[in-house]
Design a protein around this ligand. Structure first.
Ligand code: G3H
Length: 497
């Protein structure tokens, strides 16, 4: 159970969790806590420490000192500790998954999957790090015009320093370790700021790293109110890199952050373009998986279907039939559709639905909401003047726009301010490739719904969807910088007799 057994140490009284700094679990001197509301019951489930700016300053100092030693720790040793943490994480998947169910209403089975996926990600990162960080480059000067062979240039990758990791509520464990593991294997230290919903899952995950035996101060996790420590963290002079996943807060962070590398994964309005020759059963199955898994609360969810008019009726019927089979209810029962993360999120979704209603969209199901629980809804005949055609609901509501040409579909996709992923369904691979080239998104999936994984694939958004590329290899590289050493020789060669 969460907060018991090995995890008892992270708890301070009933349902109140400590923060992690200097290798220890601590209570904030602020004496304040932040409540985490269970999206299903809408009651306080847990509380976490409201860390102060002074505590953030201390953590930054600790992280800076610990990083210097860690950078000198042999790569194989860093990898060994990561493998250990991965094993502990997977061993304790049940209590961590329990937190995910309670904090973010993720269905029970998906919660377990998130933790296991995270353990696998950490292990893979350790292996990949050993492979790619052990390599460097060797250049000689006479390959550039006008130069003799008098300079030998050695390049290697060195860590950036302190990485600030800010994961989102929807994958608080997986999208935390996707930042922590690359940072650590590359020789950086970590300051983690979990999302409020998802913080306790994060704290449990961090404890697995603690149990693995990482040096004190190397990994730190501060909890608290964004309004109190958010800007303070992201603008802190001690931070050498920010890896953030979330909404448009990321755009604000990018504008305020200093001259440091940024890795930002923000929103998406992933389009699903369906051509006349598509296998409609495959499309319908992918629309359900892509649009409604975790109740649409994924940045890579299918967020707008752009279907050719000639097959639209048939596709909508197939999707409707599948929507009717989705189970709706609490995450503990492993329902397909569970409450969205907060009341404000549910209200926002409802606003989009009302706007579509007023402007004449066809409701394939009746709109129904109880508390934060919104029943899955397919909206047909959506037009570009409706908000839902452009905004991301981050909920189980999916708009269908009927198109009369491929160009119209591409135009809608590219007119979005987002550019995360998109997908195309057709049996014509040539057409698919041409459409993929024309779509202004970081990734295009052909004949499958958008998705981030497998976690070693590159993952990136353009426009308001982000900066930089993720995926294990890209993240390791992004969290390093190139260092060169040049050996200068007095003469180009020996004169041999
Ligand atoms: O919500 C954003 C995530 O990066 C999406 O990940 O495609 O594995 O659900 P996913």
């Amino acid at each position: 159970m969460a907060g018991t057994g090995l995890f008892a140490e992270i708890l301070d009284g009933e349902h109140v969790y400590k923060y992690y700094a200097d290798g220890e679990w601590k209570k904030s001197t602020s004496g304040k806590t932040v409540a985490i509301i269970n999206p299903t019951t809408r009651k306080t489930q847990y509380k976490v420490q409201a860390c102060s700016q002074e505590e953030v300053n201390k953590v930054m100092d600790l992280a800076k000192t610990a990083q210097k030693l860690w950078a000198k720790t042999p790569l194989w040793k860093r990898a060994e500790l990561l493998h250990k943490a991965a094993a502990i994480l997977k061993e304790h998947k049940a209590p961590i998954a329990e937190c995910l169910v309670k904090e973010i209403a993720k269905p029970a089975k998906d919660s377990v999957t998130e933790v296991v996926r995270s353990g696998d990600l950490v292990s893979y990162t350790a292996e990949e790090g050993v492979r790619i960080l052990g390599e460097g480059k060797f250049l000689v000067s006479d390959s550039f015009p006008g130069n003799e062979r008098t300079k030998y240039c050695l390049t290697s990758k060195i860590p950036l320093g302190v990485v600030l990791a800010i994961p989102p509520f929807n994958y608080p464990v997986n999208l935390a370790v996707s930042k922590i593991a690359p940072a650590l294997i590359a020789g950086n230290s970590i300051v983690l700021k979990p999302p409020t919903q998802g913080a306790v899952s994060c704290l449990h995950m961090v404890h697995c790293f603690h149990l693995a035996g990482f040096p004190k101060g190397l990994i730190n996790c501060v909890t608290g109110k964004g309004s109190e420590i958010g800007d303070f963290l992201t603008m802190h002079p001690g931070v050498n890199c920010i890896s953030f996943t979330g909404g448009d807060t990321g755009i604000a962070i990018s504008k305020k952050a200093g001259m440091i590398p940024l890795q930002m994964e923000l929103g998406g309005k992933d389009a699903c373009i369906v051509l006349e020759d598509a296998d409609l059963d495959l499309v319908a199955a992918n629309i359900i998986k892509g649009g409604f898994s975790y109740s649409g609360q994924r940045c890579t969810a299918v967020k707008v279907v752009l279907v050719m008019e000639s097959v639209a009726d048939s596709l909508v019927e197939k999707v409707k039939a599948k929507v009717a089979k989705l189970t709706v209810g609490p995450p503990e029962d492993d329902c397909d559709i569970t409450p969205v993360v907060s009341e404000s999120s549910a209200n926002y979704i409802e606003g989009l639905v009302k706007d579509a209603k007023e402007k004449g969209a066809t409701f394939c199901q009746e709109y129904k909401r109880e508390g934060n629980l919104i029943w899955p809804l397919l909206l047909d005949n959506v037009r570009p003047d409706m908000r839902i055609a452009w905004e991301e609901p981050f909920g189980p509501v999916l708009p269908v726009l009927r198109i009369n040409s491929v160009e119209e579909g591409i135009h809608h996709c590219n007119a979005s301010n987002f550019g995360l992923q998109g997908c195309i369904f057709t049996k014509d691979i040539n057409k698919a490739m041409l459409i993929s080239d024309a779509m202004e998104t970081g990734t295009v999936q052909i004949n499958s719904a958008p998705a981030r994984g497998p976690d070693h694939f590159p993952f990136q958004g353009i426009k308001d969807s982000g900066i930089g590329s993720q995926g294990i290899t890209n993240s390791i590289n992004m969290m390093t910088k190139v260092k060169t050493t040049v050996i200068n020789l007095p003469t180009p060669s020996y004169t041999m007799g």
